[in-house]
Write a protein that binds this ligand. Sequence first.
Ligand code: SAM
Ligand code: SF4
Length: 326
Amino acid sequence: MIEDSFGRVHDYLRISLTDNCNFRCFYCMPEEEYDFTPASRLMQKDEIVALAKIFVAQGVKKIRLTGGEPLVRKDAAAIILALGKLPVELVITTNGTRIAEMLPVLKEAGIKTVNISLDTLQPDKFMLITRRDVFHQVRSNIELLLQEKFTVKVNVVVMKGLNDGEIRDFIEWTRHNTIQVRFIEFMPFSGNKWTSNKMFSYQEILDEIGKAFSVLPVKGALHDTAKGFMVPGHEGSFAIISTMTAPFCSTCNRMRLTADGKLKNCLFSDGETDLLTALRNQEDVLPLIQASIRSKKKELGGQMVPNFEELDANAINNRSMITIGG
Ligand code: SAM
Ligand code: SF4
C-alpha cells in the first residue's frame, strides 16, 4: 500500500507515454520553441511495464495513459496491450485524433472509458486553440467511440472570453448523447501565461448552465476530482473540475509518472523523484516511491495561495502541462 503522511492511500497512477503531441494547445505547451524529449530519455516499453508492475503490486487499481498525446508514440499499441494484461482498470486521455486506427488495440487491452479533449464545438476556434485543422476528425472519432459503446468523457478547459460562451452548447450536446462533459478550470503551468482573469470558475460555470437548464447534483465516488451533475431528461451528464477554486486534495489518490520516468506526487509539486534512473541502475525503486508519496504536501503541491486571484503564476515552480501528463 502506498500511503502519504495524511493517511491518503494512493492507488491511481497516471503514466505519460510521451511529451510529444500532434497539437499545439496554447494553454498546455510553453509558448517558446519546445524541444520534445529524445526517445532515449523516455521510458521504454519494458521499463513502463516494469514500473507499472511495482505500483500494481502496491495496490494500484487504476492506470491512466496520458501525455503529451499518448497515441502519437510509435509503440503506443504495444505498451497499451502490455499494460492491458495487468489487473487494473486501464483508461486513457487523448486528443482524439488517432482513435479510429487505435480502436482494435483499445478494445483488446480492455479499455472501456476514453477521455477526449475538445474545448470548442466550432471548427475555427478549434484551429485557433490547437493550431490543427482536424475538428471534424475528432468529432467523428467521438461518434465512433459512442457507437462502439465506450464510456466517453469530453474534457473542456474553460477560458474566459474564449469558450465560456459555448458552455450551454456543450450541455445541449448531452441531450441526446451519452457523453459526460467535464468542464475544467484553467490552471497555471510553466509557460502557459495563466492569469486569474482568464479563469472561468466552477461557480461561474454552474451559473451559466443554470440560466438555461435545471441542474441536479449527482453523488460521486470518494476520489472523484469532478463534481458531477445531470440535467433531467438529458442522456448525458456533466461535471466540473474545480482545481483552482474548490480543490479536492483531501481525498487525492493520484500519482503521476512523467514520460522521462520521474514520479510527481502532485500535479503542482515542485519536486520529482527519478524512478527511471534507479530502475536502469537496478536499484530498489519501491523505497523511492514510498518516500516521494510520504513527502506529498497537503494541498496543491504547497504552492498555491488560498485565493487564486492573488496567485502569481510565475512564482510557481513546475513543469509545463505537456511534460507532466495531465
Ligand atoms: N493530449 C491528451 C489530451 O489533450 O487529452 C492528453 C494530455 S493533456 C495534457 C490532458 C488534459 O490536460 C487535457 O484534457 C487538457 O485539456 C488538460 N490541460 C492541459 N493544460 C491545461 C491547463 N492549463 N488547465 C487545465 N487543463 C489543462
Ligand atoms: Fe497536446 Fe493534449 Fe496538450 Fe493539447 S492538451 S497540446 S492535445 S497534450
